[in-house]
Design a protein around this ligand. Structure first.
Ligand code: ADP
Length: 398
């Protein structure tokens, strides 16, 4: 069975066609600059590449281009679009309504659009993309929505509520939702598959470290706490996001600099974190390179990243009454051996003894880099959100 996985943004549409009989990616690509002009980059599993400029006034034309490139020309991998059994869509925000992945109906699309205040940059284009997809594929091709927030819906109220007047939760649904749920779910499930452990009775902390980063505390296979909040801004410093800060900093800067709420939001989402602190880049590799060359602000940025993550790990271990395994994933978690090792060192009091050599050689592999006699495991598990979305799609069709 072939499943098309879609990750739509406001001006882009990433796709992967996955053969679920063997879980192999048949082809993948990205339609960029939707609404501006248009460009498609497409790669097949056997190494063929197509890159061309096209006209994408809306997501609909982008979907038509995906169908065209999959079924004709140099990038062709299937004879007919009917070979695609279903489409799985990544959706950012499911509010409190969608606690699991769901088959897409007109009502689901309306709901996703109605959560636009919770996910202003993602939900509207994702709802639009679903409609466009329906138009191109027809309503007979089933579609499934997989939400970034749904895995975190098991958190208890004491973890998801904020200490503000209760009426704002009732009026505006303001609470902690958490994001990267598909990735946290994938790596935690993978951990249970690899180790053969029963989720019941286990306490793990998943660390998704990329351009956006979040941690999740998972007890008995269910999320009990996570670092991102109402939006992906909360937690610790990221590529361009500030993470959790004293809320008074927000009002103080707004008053001093005469900023509107949108301008302040922009400052915290796009100009802070690695970029704002270092003044160099939002990319972890650039920061690490500058730090190794003696740049003090770059070193401060790396130190803060590691320190803040260590504090979250400590607090989640306290919240769960211990921890059995740390799982690292995402661009930084999978590729930066130094950051991984720094996060895990001096954690003997928690029962974790990391093995430096194993850690240095664990990039992009599924490896436990803890010492044999370490009570706590430390794993690298490369994430695969697309496969998780495709698996949910198949499961819902059955
Ligand atoms: P996104 O959140 O956009 O999906 P990724 O998960 O791809 O991002 O992670 C991007 C981050 O991973 C960047 O900060 C990048 O510098 C970092 N990264 C990728 N490769 C390495 C590496 N070899 N060493 C350190 N950081 C890396």
């Amino acid at each position: 069975m072939k499943v098309l996985v879609i990750n739509a943004g406001s001006s882009s549409l990433k796709y992967q066609l996955i053969d679920m009989d063997n879980e192999n990616v048949i082809a993948k690509g990205n339609c960029e600059r939707i609404g501006l002009d248009g460009f498609i980059g497409h790669k097949t599993a056997d190494g063929r590449e197509v890159e061309k400029e096209m006209d994408f006034p809306t997501h609909k034309e982008a979907f038509m281009a995906v169908v065209e490139v999959l079924t004709t020309g140099e990038g062709k991998v299937i004879d007919d679009v009917k070979e695609i059994s279903a489409v799985g869509h990544r959706v950012l925000h499911g509010s409190e309504v969608y606690k699991t992945s769901t088959l897409v109906t007109d009502k689901v699309i309306e709901d996703i659009f109605s959560f636009r205040e919770l996910g202003p940059l993602h939900n509207p284009p994702q709802a639009t993309a679903m409609k466009a997809c329906q138009e191109v594929f027809g309503k007979d091709t089933p579609m499934v929505a997989v939400f970034d927030t749904s895995f975190h819906q098991t958190m208890p109220p004491k973890a998801y509520m904020f200490g503000i007047p209760y009426e704002y939760y009732e009026k505006y649904s303001i609470r902690r939702y958490g994001f990267h749920g598909t990735s946290h779910r994938y790596v935690s499930q993978r951990y249970f598959e690899i180790t053969g452990k029963d989720p019941k009775g286990t306490k793990i902390i998943t660390c998704h470290l990329g351009n956006g980063s979040s941690l999740a505390a998972i007890q008995d296979g269910k999320v009990v706490d996570t670092s991102m909040g109402l939006t992906p801004l909360d937690g610790f410093i990221m590529g361009t996001r500030c993470g959790g800060i004293d809320p008074s900093v927000v009002t103080y800067i707004m008053n001093k600099e005469n900023l509107t709420p949108d301008e302040m939001s922009n400052l915290m989402n796009k100009k802070s974190g690695f970029l704002g602190l270092s003044g160099i880049s939002n990319d972890c590799r650039d920061i690490q390179k500058a730090a190794s060359e003696g740049n003090a602000r770059a070193q401060l940025t790396v130190d803060m990243f590691v320190y803040q993550i260590r504090k979250f790990i400590g607090s989640y271990a306290a919240a769960m009454g211990g921890v059995d395994a740390l799982l690292f994933t995402g661009g930084i978690g999978e590729n930066s051996q130094d950051i991984r090792y720094d996060i895990c060192s001096d954690f003997e009091y928690l029962g974790l003894k990391a093995n430096k050599e194993l850690c240095m050689n664990a990039n992009r592999k599924e490896v436990n880099f803890a010492e044999k006699d370490s009570k706590v495991e430390a794993w690298v598990i490369p994430t695969n959100e697309e496969l998780m979305i495709a698996k949910d799609t198949v499961a819902l069709l059955k």
